[in-house]
Design a protein around this ligand. Structure first.
Ligand code: ADP
Length: 447
């Protein structure tokens, strides 16, 4: 059987796993981990090379002892990196140990003037790559001081070799550290971009979802509008056609003409309401921004409605103090809200009373339109403010209206920084409360 491919495969996997390191190792220690492999390669290279240096036997033995120390040290580093990575966080531990090992090897192997001093360059580059300027320059300094000290100890003058070695060690250290700082900067920038991209992606997903629901809302709005337009149009068309068959019957003509007029009015109301809603929601509505005397506005509404309400056999109650604080906004639009609420109250009340009241609470004006009409079930309290939502007694059929009135009211009140609330129970009447912020600036001026 041929085992070679599977052995090679195993070897490749083992080497790859070793190079990769433990999965939970902090990213900043990746190079520290990979340097274990580099040390093994370095020791494998130095081991046989020592034999080529023709060293006296005691030095050769000394060099191999240091190599053995290096091997033990490398195993120890591997062991602790897996268990206590924090020990290596600032880099000074392995920098010190590497420095010591390198100097020992150089000194035992014959001094700085031997080819062994090449090891120093690898040492400083590897420290610069892992920990940057600080530890790498410290190592370079110790190497240089040792180099100079050696000359002193052996009573030799400082020569060009020392100068070149030290100079190039410094340059190498600085260049390697600079490369490291560039890499870190690029990594940070990349990380920031990634975070930014993730944020943008999330925003985009939200915007996409919003667009989808807007599109859905638009489709259902269009479907509703078409449906609501078709009903009066069909009646107008049908009654006009039938009318042609009664050229001489005046009373039938009158009756049909009244129906046609009522349906045309409904059509006009619907078109106006649809226009209002689209304008408000698309931001195309032109709003006036002026100080509005709430008492005058409510008084006018009351004067318009009181006779009609009383004519319908209902009582009209009005409690609007003259000294209401001013509010800010569009007089006509605010009046439209109160009119709409009073209109609804009339539509849905057959006996009892309808009231219009107002008062202030802190810096807010409360305008309340209440009735003793059919009321609205709690489950429909939110629904009545939605477009085209008409709730009511299934037996009495669909109430007359467009189903857009309360949507428009809520939008107008919201534009004025206020809120429109409903309190109601079936058969117990309804209370709509408009809460609007008082025009504090105007109030201060008046004071
Ligand atoms: P509409 O033009 O159909 O009245 P609105 O948006 O003004 O549309 O009202 C939506 C629905 O809310 C009405 O069809 C009705 O079912 C209910 N509603 C509104 N006001 C009252 C009220 N005062 N009493 C009972 N129900 C009401």
């Amino acid at each position: 059987m041929n085992y070679t491919p599977s052995v090679l495969l195993w070897l490749r996997r083992t080497v790859a796993a070793e190079w990769q390191g433990p999965a939970d190792l902090p990213r900043s220690l990746t190079i520290e981990w990979r340097l274990i492999a580099c040390r093994w390669v370095g020791m494998l290279a130095v081991g046989p090379a020592l034999l080529l240096m023709h060293l006296p036997i005691e030095r050769l033995v000394g060099a191999y002892v240091i190599l053995l120390f290096g091997a033990a040290y490398n195993v120890t580093v591997r062991w602790y990196l897996q268990r206590q990575p924090a020990l290596f966080a600032n880099g000074y531990l392995t920098t010190a140990a590497d420095t010591l090992l390198n100097i020992s090897m150089v000194l035992v192997g014959g001094g700085f003037d031997t080819p062994l001093s090449n090891v120093l360059f690898t040492g400083t580059i590897s420290v610069a790559m892992r920990y940057g300027y600080g530890p790498a320059m410290a190592m370079t300094l110790i190497f240089t001081i040792s180099d100079v000290l050696e000359k002193f100890v052996v009573h030799e003058p400082l020569d060009a070799d020392v100068a070149f070695r030290s100079g190039f060690l410094v340059i190498t250290t600085l260049l390697a550290s600079y490369l490291r700082s560039l890499t870190i900067k690029a990594e940070v920038a990349l990380h920031d971009r990634l975070v930014e991209l993730q944020r943008l992606y999330a925003d985009l997903a939200v915007a996409h979802q919003e667009l989808l629901s807007l599109d859905e809302a638009k489709t259902s709005f269009l479907a509703n509008v078409s449906h609501e337009l078709r009903t009066p149009l069909t009646s107008i068309r049908a009654f006009s056609e039938i009318l042609q068959n009664y050229p001489n019957d005046e009373s039938t003509q009158q009756e049909f003409l009244q129906i046609i007029t009522a349906e045309s009015e409904r059509l006009t109301r619907l078109v106006n309401d649809v226009l209002d809603v689209t304008k408000i929601e698309s931001g195309e509505m032109e709003w006036r921004d002026e100080s509005v005397d709430a008492a005058t506005l409510l008084d006018r509404c009351a004067r318009t409605f009181a006779p009609v309400v009383e004519q319908a056999g209902l009582q009209f109650e009005q409690q609007v103090p003259r000294d209401l604080p001013p509010i800010r906004g569009d007089y006509d639009r605010l009046q439209q809200v109160v009119h709409n609420l009073l209109n609804n109250a009339m539509k849905f009340t057959s006996q009892g009373w309808i009231s219009l009241r107002a008062w202030t609470v802190a810096d807010e004006l409360h305008i309340v339109v209440a009735d003793t009409g059919v009321g609205i079930a709690a489950r429909d309290h939110e629904r009545v403010f939605e477009k085209f939502q008409q709730v009511g007694d299934a037996l009495t059929g669909k109430p007359k209206g467009t189903g857009l009135g309360l949507t428009i009211c809520r939008d107008i009140v919201a534009h004025h920084g206020g809120r429109l609330m409903l309190d109601s129970q079936p058969s117990r009447g309804s209370t709509f409360t408009i809460v609007l912020p008082v025009d504090a600036h105007q109030l201060a001026l008046a004071a």
